[in-house]
Ligand binder design. Structure first.
Ligand SMILES: Nc1ncnc2c1ncn2[C@@H]1O[C@H](COP(=O)(O)OP(=O)(O)O)[C@@H](O)[C@H]1O
Ligand SMILES: [Mg+2]
Length: 219
């Protein structure tokens, strides 16, 4: 609610995302991208309608069960990277594993593997403020993937990056999607990033105005 006016951030959304898909959601500012992502990420619930995640009706889950599903099954990547400033790159990537009570040595070893996969193993000892935007987003992607989620949700992951770095970040997500089979959904307001991706959803005023597959891209 905004004052007395009810805002319908989303309406009439009917969306099915299959395991292993790589999907981009495009739409102008205010079109409902973040609202939809928060629902896919089990952070917000719709006022009406239902969400089924990995075969479970989300409305039936307790708050504890919801946090459990978020921690175990979903990796988040944010526009502002959301790294912990006092922790170095390695320690940031270790965090989700430590939340799951993985022993420190094992967490460090697995986090190292992921820093290597995203190409910045050599920067493991650096804190976020000593990394470039592109490097920070690589740390954030490693952190999102380290605990083997089923779904990675990236809300405007390239909004604070220059065009070349943006393409590199999408390249990286695409590679990880192909290699690990993790389902990836990202939002962007940059139409040029859409062409890169096999499935493209367009949002306008809270509605899906197009849902298309690019021919010729096999996966
Ligand atoms: N907390 C809120 N209170 C009121 N309106 C909101 C709130 N969050 C988002 N909105 C409104 O919902 C609509 C969709 O917002 P959002 O999902 O953030 O869009 P996008 O991410 O595409 O920019 C917009 O009209 C926005 O103003
Ligand atoms: Mg947004």
């Amino acid at each position: 609610m905004l004052g007395q006016t009810r805002i319908h951030a989303l309406r009439g959304i009917d969306l099915e995302i299959m395991p292993g898909e790589f999907l981009a959601i495009w739409g102008p500012s205010g079109s409902g991208k973040s609202t939809l992502m928060n629902m896919l990420g089990l952070i917000d619930a719709p006022d009406a309608g239902s969400i089924v995640f990995d075969g479970e009706a989300v409305a039936a889950l307790s708050d504890d069960a919801l946090s459990d599903r978020r921690n175990r099954k979903i990796g988040f990547v944010f526009q502002n990277f959301n790294l912990v400033p006092v922790l170095n790159a390695l320690e940031n990537v270790m965090l989700p594993l430590q939340l799951q009570d993985v022993a420190k040595r094992e967490a460090a070893a697995r986090a190292m593997e992921w820093l290597d996969k995203v190409g910045i193993a050599h920067l493991r000892g650096f804190r976020p403020d000593h990394l470039s935007g592109g490097q920070r987003q690589r740390v954030a992607i490693a952190r999102a993937l380290v605990a083997h989620p089923h779904l990675v949700i990236a809300d405007e992951p390239t909004a604070n990056l220059d065009s070349r770095t943006s393409h590199e970040v999408i390249d990286l997500m695409e590679k990880l999607n192909e290699k690990t089979g993790v389902t990836c959904v990202f939002t962007t307001h940059d139409p040029r990033l859409l062409e890169r991706v096999p499935r493209q959803l367009r949002l306008s005023d809270g509605r899906i105005s197009a849902d298309s597959y690019t021919e010729g891209k096999s996966r």
